[in-house]
Every structure is written in C-alpha cells, then in structure tokens.
Design a protein around this ligand. Structure first.
Ligand SMILES: Nc1ncnc2c1ncn2[C@@H]1O[C@H](COP(=O)(O)OP(=O)(O)OP(=O)(O)O)[C@@H](O)[C@H]1O
Length: 609
C-alpha cells in the first residue's frame, strides 16, 4: 500500500470478501480450535433446545389442553423450564469461551503487531502518522476480535437456526412452508437495495466521528498555539461544521435503519397472515390441529431474527476485510535495515569511525541528500558537525547508528562495515541523546536504567551524581521513584536533558551521538548541562550536532556540512584561517553574542543607575 493511502482521510471501511484474508485470519484462531470446537458443540445443542420449543408448545395445546391431560401439561411445562435453564447455562458457557478465544486472538495479533512495529526501520515511520499506526493496532485489531467474538458464533448459531427452521417448516407441512415464503423475493429485493445505503450511512457516521477525534486531538496538542493566536472562534466554527456532519450522518443512518427493519417485519407478517388464513381454514376443515398451526407460526416468527443478525455479521465481515488488509500490510512489511544473513557480532570497539565516500537518499524517488562523505575519526575524538538547516547533519548520524543504510559507500566502525555486523551488537555500543530528550512514562530510576537494566544501585547513583540529577531528584518527595508521566511531562526541559545524559552514561557507549539542544534554559541549568556533558563525553568518540560556539570550539574536529557534502573540516583555528562558511558562521555568532551582551550591559547599567 502506498504512503498516499496512509495519509488519505478516507481509508476504506469495507473491502470485498477475500478468501485469502479469511484463511490467514483463521490461522490465528487455529491454536484455540479445541475451545472453539466445544463452543460450536454447545451452540448447536442450544439451538436444538431452542428449536424444540414451538413443537413442544404445539403438543401442549393439542395433547395437553385440548385433551385435558394435566399430567402432560405439567411435564411439558417443566421440560420447557428445564430447556430454558439449560439454554441459559449453555449460553453462559459459550459466551465465556468465545470471549476467551476472541480475546486470545486479539492479544496474539496485537502482540505480533507491536513486536513487528518495533523491528521496522525508520523509513516505515517516516511520514506515516503515528495516530494512524495506533488506530491500526487498536481499532483494526478490535474489528478482527469482534468478528471472532460475535461474528463467528452468530454465523454458526443463526445459520443453524435458519436451516433448522426451514427444515422443520417443510417437514411439518411443505405446502404451508412454500406459501409462507412467498414474500421472500420481495424481501430480498428491499434488503439488497437498502442495506448498502444503511451501511454507507453508518460508515459515513464513523468517518465523521474520526474527523471529530482528529480535530479534538490536534486542538489539545496545539492548545498553546491555538490560544496564542486566539484561534478559538475560528476553531469553534470548524468544529461545529465537523460536529454537524457527524450528527447528520448518524441521524440519516438511524432513519434508514429504523425504516428498514420494521418494513422487513411487515413483509414477513404478510407471509404469516397468509399462513394464518390457510392454516385456520385447514383447522376448520379438520385437516390440521390448532397446536400445529401455532407451532408453525411460532417458527415463522423466529425466522426474521437470524436474517437480520446475519446481515449485520456480513457487514462486520466486510469491515474486518478492510482491517485485515491494513494489518497484513504492516505485518508483511519487511524491515529494511536488518541483520545480514552473515552478520557477525561487533567485538568491543575502540570507537574509530570512517565514512568512505558515503551517499544517501531517503527513498528511491527522493533526491540524494548526502554525497561523497569522507570522514576519518580516531577513538576518543570529539567531532562537531555544523551547517545550515537541512544540510544533512542528522542524516550523517542516522547512518552511523544504522537507522538507515547508506545507499552508496561504506560506514566503518573499527574497520567493520556497519552492514556486516548485527544491529544489537552495533547499537549496544553506541549512545544517542537527541535535542528533545524522549523520556518514557515510569519512574526516574526506570528511565535511568533504560539502556542498562543490570546496572547496580551504586552505578545508578554515581551516574545521577555525575550529571547532577541528584540535586533536583532529592527535592521530589518520592526521589528516584517519582513517576515522570508520559514523555517526562513532570520535568523541565533542562531536567529532561540531564536525565537523558544520565541514561546514556549508564549504558556506557563507546560512541556517543548528541544533538545539542537549541532551546535555551536558564544560565544555571545551562552550566549544569555543560558540566554533565563534559562527564558524559569523557573518553568516548563523540559526534555532536553542535549549535553552541563553546562546544564547537572545544571539538577535536569540526565538520562543516552544506547541501549534503562536507565542505570544510579541521580544528577551529585551522578553519578560522580560511574565509569559508565556518569562519563566517563564527563571525556572525560572535556578533550576535556581542550585541546580546551589549543589550545586557545596557540593561544592567540602567538598573544600577
Ligand atoms: N525522513 C526523511 N525523508 C525524506 N527526506 C528527509 C527525511 N529526513 C530528512 N530529509 C531531508 O534530508 C535533508 C537533510 O536533512 P537533515 O535532517 O539531515 O538536515 P540537518 O542538517 O540535520 O537539518 P537541521 O539542522 O534542521 O536538523 C533535508 O533536505 C531534509 O528535507
């Protein structure tokens, strides 16, 4: 499936029936076939009990009431009660078992999807909205689960019901049976014409509901911007429109549905009336008994329920087809970056890195964003990567972590091509700290242990102290057990950054990649960050996408990237001697710093004055 379809608003809610999908889905049910077998057996028993009821009522009337046989009446009455009780018991057991099976299938499917998602390469996630991926894991798996839970059993139950009823009706009196089905073609016409319309309305109602969800979600996420731009009124109008769409779609669906089923029952009633008329005539003629006709009519009334249930299962099946297609698309996507068949473990590295004529494009139809990158880094060196936005700095470090594979040339670590070693052995020796330090929900300690779960308490404390998180953690009542909430929302930007340093320090990587944060924090925190950074960098090869002049100046090697190529490299002093981009950049930063200092000085003089 192409990316375009992922991004489009109108993902199809239903797809034509596909045997291949059903077969594949069936594989998820297969491990629970024994439970399912028991469920089907119980359902069939239950149907048998239910189908016996009208016949028993018929006997009750003909042989009990008409013949004044109280003993038989009592027996049939007690049997009917017992049947109902058994029906309740069987219903309880099969509902429990089928829900168990449905939940297991759902569990397995979700687990498989989650595991698979984690193995997929960055390219898969590029541009695929997280919300859509999430809805696949939740909504689409639910649709499949519901099909197993409700659909499968309803089908077994109602098909048996229908076949049973038709067979009994023809067995009882085939002429009456034929008469009662005289209205069937008309019914078929109406249902087949109106059903797609009803389903279309429901599907529109669901689509408009997801538009509501999307809009609310976006507004909450962007609340600061909404309020800053005073967009409330405009947003209100937009929401009103979406909300109205949903209300109208829902009302249309309800109007059609509330019209169709009574119509179906009305037409069904015509059949019943015909049977009543002919049946009554034959009772008067003495050819049939009252009990017989009553039983016959009772079966007829039971005929419409299963029909309506089966038509609902059918649309459930079609929407499960669409869900299955979307889920299988994810499951069938192979990770692009994966261990080669002959991949070896990367031995403990010293941290030497070499880019040999590396080129890269994000996709076959995308432009080349890195060309002819040649770079040699000795173990323990600190490299500052600088350059204008969009130059390719992040792409270079992405290739080093092997988030993507270079499309040309080689990335070597200690003489090993990164493509020849296993991903786990490579990444376990590297560390990365991004600008927006991603902190997971859980405690501070759990976040620290993220990259090294076996670290001792002592090591954790040591790392925490090194990066100075101990200072703010001691102020929390729960200390290291403090829950940081989703994305570390309980912490400040600077605290998150320090925690990320602590996390990477504990995992003790040989090569460290750091995207220096551009967001400003107060001077004290900034100082803490710089000190923590110095500790983290000690003795490691470090690639820093640098924004601060101080970091750049201290680097052993400065690499200037422009339009996907390295245009300059050398130390600060070497580069300052040329009149290249770096020298210009430094000049302008110095100028900015100068004017910033001037303003500060001016302000403080005013205050003193
Ligand atoms: N996932 C992606 N898919 C397609 N193109 C991408 C992707 N990520 C980056 N690019 C493109 O690759 C080029 C280099 O991007 P990169 O993120 O490496 O730049 P950068 O120098 O790190 O920029 P910045 O300083 O703004 O972070 C840009 O033209 C960008 O549009």
């Amino acid at each position: 499936m192409s990316q375009v379809e992922w991004d489009s608003e109108d993902e199809l809610e239903e797809k034509p029936f596909q045997l291949a999908y059903v077969r594949r889905l069936f594989r998820y049910v297969l491990p629970y076939r024994r439970t399912l077998g028991i469920v089907i057996f119980i359902v069939l028993l239950n149907m048998g009990l239910s189908l016996a009821e009208p016949l028993m009522l018929g006997y009750l009337i003909d042989d009990g009431i008409v013949k004044n046989n109280m003993e038989l009446i009592t027996w049939i009455g007690v049997s009917l009660l017992a049947f109902r009780f058994l029906g309740w018991l069987f219903g309880y057991i099969h509902t429990k078992l089928i829900n168990f099976t449905g939940q297991r299938v759902l569990f397995d499917l979700r687990q498989q999807l989650f595991n698979h998602l984690q193995s997929l390469s960055f390219r898969f996630f590029d541009g695929r909205p997280a919300g859509k991926i999430m809805s696949r894991i939740t909504n689409d798996t639910n649709a499949i689960g519901e099909l197993v839970n409700g659909g499968l059993i309803t089908t077994v139950m109602e098909v048996t019901h229908l076949v049973g009823i038709v067979a009994i009706l023809f067995w009882m009196d085939w002429q009456l049976a034929l008469l009662s089905f005289i209205t069937m073609p008309m019914l078929y016409l109406i249902v087949s014409k109106l059903r797609p319309k009803i389903e279309g309305s429901w599907s529109k109602s669901r689509r408009t509901m997801s538009a509501i969800n999307g809009n609310v979600n976006e507004t909450i996420q962007g609340m600061r911007v909404v309020q800053a731009f005073s967009r409330q009124k405009a947003n209100d109008n937009k929401f009103n429109e979406i909300n109205t769409n949903n209300k109208s779609a829902f009302m249309r669906a309800i109007r059609m549905e509330s019209m169709v089923w009574p119509l179906v029952e009305l037409i069904g009633m015509i059949g019943t009336c015909i049977v009543v008329w002919f049946g009554a005539k034959r009772v008067i003629d003495g050819a049939l008994s009252i009990g017989f006709v009553m039983a016959f009519i009772n079966y007829l009334w039971r005929f419409w329920g299963p029909l309506s249930s089966l038509s609902k299962v059918y649309s459930q099946l079609l929407s499960a087809m669409a869900s299955a297609e979307r889920l299988f698309e994810i499951l069938d996507t192979e990770p692009e970056v994966k261990n080669a068949a002959s991949a070896k473990e990367l031995p403990t590295i010293r941290g030497e890195v070499e880019f040999k004529n590396v080129a890269f494009q994000y996709g076959p139809d995308k432009p080349e964003v890195l060309h002819g990158i040649n770079l040699k880094v000795k173990p323990g060196q600190r490299i500052a990567i600088v350059g204008p936005t969009g130059a390719g700095k992040s792409t270079i470090v992405n290739l080093l972590m092997r988030f993507y594979d270079a499309t040309g040339g080689q990335v070597m670590i200690d003489g090993h091509d990164v493509k020849d070693v296993t991903l786990e052995s490579l990444r376990s020796q590297m560390g990365i700290v991004l600008q927006d330090s991603f902190i997971f929900s859980g405690t501070i300690e759990e976040n620290l242990l993220y990259g090294n779960e076996d670290a001792t308490e002592e090591k954790v404390m040591e790392a925490a102290k090194s990066v100075r998180i101990d200072q703010f953690v001691s102020k929390f009542p729960d200390g290291y057990e403090t829950q940081v909430e989703e994305r570390g929302s309980k912490l400040s930007v600077g605290q998150r950054q320090l925690l990320a340093f602590g996390r990477v320090l504990l995992s003790d990587p040989r090569i460290l990649i750091l995207d220096e944060a551009t967001s400003s924090v107060d001077t004290e925190t900034e100082q803490h960050i710089q000190e923590a950074l110095a500790r983290v960098l000690e003795g490691r090869t470090a690639f820093i996408i640098a924004h601060r002049l101080s970091t750049i100046r201290d680097a052993d090697l400065i690499v200037v990237v422009r339009d996907g190529s390295i245009t300059e490299q050398g130390t600060h002093d070497e580069l300052m001697k040329t009149s290249g981009l770096y020298a210009n950049l430094v000049q302008s930063q110095l100028l900015m710093q100068q004017s910033f200092n001037d303003v500060l000085n001016e302000k403080s003089e005013q205050q003193v004055g």
